[in-house]
Structures are given as C-alpha cells and as structure tokens.
Design a protein around this ligand. Sequence first.
Ligand code: SF4
Ligand code: ZN
Length: 323
Amino acid sequence: MICDVCKVREAEIFQPHTGRKLCRQCFIEDIRQRVKKEAEKIGLLKANKILLAVSGGKDSFVLADTLASFIDTNKLIAYNITEGIQGYNRKEQVEQLRKFLSELGIELIEDSFKQSVGYTLDEMVQAARAKGLNVSACTFCGAFRRKLINNAARNIEADFVATGHNLDDEVQAIIINLIRGDLIRLIRFGEKPLKLSSKFVLRVKPLRKIYEWETTMYAYYKGYAFQEVECPYITSRPTLRAKVRELLYMLEDIKPGTLLNIIEEFDNIAEKVRKSYISSTSELKELPTCKICGEPTSYGREICKTCELLIKAGLLHQNLPIS
Ligand code: SF4
Ligand code: ZN
C-alpha cells in the first residue's frame, strides 16, 4: 500500500478521520503542520518566550518535538515538576526528559512540590487523610501544579504557557463543563482563553486538535520511551471523566472525526459567547488575590484553593476566613 500523500513510500498508518493511509514521514509531517496551524492561530509564532509545562509523558515529548520543528528553540523553556509520589516519580524519567530536551536544544527548569510548597504530594495526602479530609490526591496535585507553572512562567517573563493536552483531553473537558453548566470555565477552554488576572500567564494547548492515538504513534515512531508507570493515585480520579471518555471513544468509532467536529463547533460557539460576554461587561473584572500568598483566586474568595488546602490539611497555620 502506497502513502496517499507522497505516493512513493509504503503506507504504515490509517488515519480514520481523513480516510488516508500515510507513511511514517508524512504522518509526522501532518502532525507538525496541524500543530503549527494551531500555534499560528493562538499567536505562538510571535511570542518571545514560551514555557512548556512538561512531564515524562508522551504528550510532553510531542509538544516539545513539534514546536521545536517550527519555533526557535531559544524561545522555548521547559518546566517539570516532581510531585513526590513514591514509586511513580523516578530519577531516570527526569534524566530521559532532560536528554531529549537537550537534544532539541531546549533548556529544562526542574522543580518539585517539596522544594516550592514544602511538602511532597504524598505528605500532603497523608496529612489530609489524618485530618479526615475528603480531598483526592489529584485535587492537591492539580491545584499546586497550576500555581507553580504560572509562577514559573511569570518568573521567566514568558508570553505563554503551553501544555500538552491533546484533543481527547480537551473534548472530555468541554463535555464535562457542559454537563456541569459552567459557562465561564467553558468559554475559557477556547483557543484563546480569557485572561482574568494580570498575574496569569496565558495557557495554551497547541496539541488540542491532535488525537491521543496520534500523539502515541508520533512518540512511538520517534523512538521516545515514555513513562509507562501509572500514577498510583489514578484510581482517585473522578469517574465522570472516565465515563465521558468511554462515550466519546464509542462515538468516534461509529463516526471518525467526531471529536474534531465537536472541538471546531465548540470554538465557533465559544468565540461568539466570549465576544458577547466581553461587550456586556464594561471591562473584565480582575480576579481578587489571596490574602496569604498573593496569587489570584476565584471571585468572592479571600484565600486561594492551594492555601485553603494546606490549612485544612493542617500544614499551614492561619485562621480560615471562610468556613
Ligand atoms: Fe497528580 Fe492525580 Fe495525575 Fe497522579 S493521577 S499525577 S495525583 S493528577
Ligand atoms: Zn494562596
């Protein structure tokens, strides 16, 4: 079977959403071109500095590798956080990450929860459990990760934070927010998220139109040995996401291209909603800042989620201004 694009090399891969058979090189090129198109739309090509929020996972690899194929690597700085999860965070994994990034010419900033928060994720989870708190490890992990990534991006004066979320992640998030009826969150999931605080560095997702199976194949073809150990806390993840994921796979199977159609339709609607939201409010109200750490928090709150989590787990001794 000959590749439908170059018509020279042997095809190795079938792309259900386009109906094409592709060879390795044309597949890699297809992904890079689609990421470039998205990057152009977001404004990444004009940025001076972009912080890549990476982990040992395949999507981080694909994010760095695709961006490095069309952006000067001096403008890319990677940032990795070691959460402090026993049996999951391994030294070899960070070494592997450092190696492939340095081969691409991308600097890596290393951080850890222990270093920047004072506790490993395991320590936070244990403290929360000892206090009888019903908060999952992923809640701690997600909240602190977001905060540290934003701080790191601000410190290096980055124009953007780029994360490795793929199409599957993105459509799952859209559907979950739709089910919850959370409009603000929903419109912020568009291509150009709203900036609600001057302390936030804009987060963008250049891989948001690349299927997860495509990022897996890309990493595989490029010979990247990605992290295969699963986080031991994964079972504490919300079940709604798992159900939505299952449903979307079923739909994609029946009608290839469904996920892409959903995201494109969503972007059209989000753009209109965003415009009318902005024009109906004279100016976007700046988010309040946390009385403890000074970082942005949600409207109506006095302290941020991360400080509240630490206080509730007995790891930060302040009086809670809220119940
Ligand atoms: Fe963090 Fe949860 Fe992911 Fe583990 S599964 S790395 S705890 S978000
Ligand atoms: Zn705070």
